[in-house]
Design a protein around this ligand. Sequence first.
Ligand code: SF4
Length: 404
Amino acid sequence: MRVVMRSTRFDRCSWPAVLAVLEQGLVPRRVQAGFASSLDDVRIGDLVLYSFASSMAETVRSEIEALRTRLGDALLSIAGGPHPSADPDGVLAMGFRWVCVGEAGPSFVAVARSLLDGTVPAPGALHDPPQELDRYPAWPTHTELFAPVEISRGCPHACAYCQTPSLFGRRMRHRSVEALESTLRRGVEAGHRYTRFVSPNAFAYGSSDGRTPDIAAVRRLLEAARRSGMSGVFLGTFPSEVRPESVSDELLCLVRDLCDNRSIAVGLQSGSDRVLRAIRRGHTAGQGREAIARIASRGFEPRVDFIFGLPGETDGDRAATREMVERLASEYGARVHLHRFVALPGTLFAGQPPAPLDSVTEKWIADQVGLGRVAGVKRRAPSTRIVRSSNWREMRLAPGPGRD
Ligand code: SF4
């Protein structure tokens, strides 16, 4: 059976983990997996996978319609990722046969196994309970498909705009140092040289409550990454970040001594304490400033995210954010990324319109971008491009232990 992935610019980190789940579960039968460069690559009998965010929904809908027109009921398709998890019924109505809600796990494998056995399971949403991260490796064993390694999943916080708690739960789970080291060693043997770590809060790695940093655990993580032979190790950089209240001198020194970072990414979101309370961020603007000052004092470039247009935001709130952005840039050399709020399904703000931006803020944003003081204004959700690689790229998965 062929497992055909349609990839967007923003889901590349997902596929190695998805293939690792399949590899662990589909044994001893072999599956061919690959990225489809166009819809014409999809054939009857293929299992077609999409993983997508809300901004991709319309693009994916039109692709599924086209596939269904050509293949009819023979189309075998599974959707996963943030949007399908938040709106499984809507995605089933698009024409997908199955939707993975939350994490790909045993029920995803069970569907693939049934198809290999020649049985097409009933359509519907697939629910798996949260998995311990060590259950599945970060990458498949026998492909050269790598991505930043997810070291933690789930978040105890509940920011009103964020899908993470509803997707992965509020208990933060961590990949063990032992599992991580063996994953990284395999990567090094295959020629992979740089590793970045993915976590809702990289400085909360190993934390039992997901809030209080466990400095010894972070040290063990980074020492293992160094032992693995990786020549570049990055913690607290894109595509991850750290929460401001978890920034401490001890953790910054660890990163300085054991990593290759020149920057640390922090989400602050607003300069207004009123907005920070309303969006349930769990920290104040003052804590944000302190974190940025500390990061800069240890020689790192602070990279800071803010969101404009959060529901209920007033002109006064935006003035506070503008002032904070200017101060962080001028006093600490912070590089600021500005985002416009987009309501995501599955969040407390789902369905809410963005607060309209006043003309002062619009002009200020244009000025800041023109002056190169901020990295640009992005929609909170990514764009809608399907990546069209030039060829069907096939990866043969290794026979795994077959547990699920
Ligand atoms: S924005 Fe970050 S801290 Fe807030 S809920 Fe999402 S992952 Fe957690």
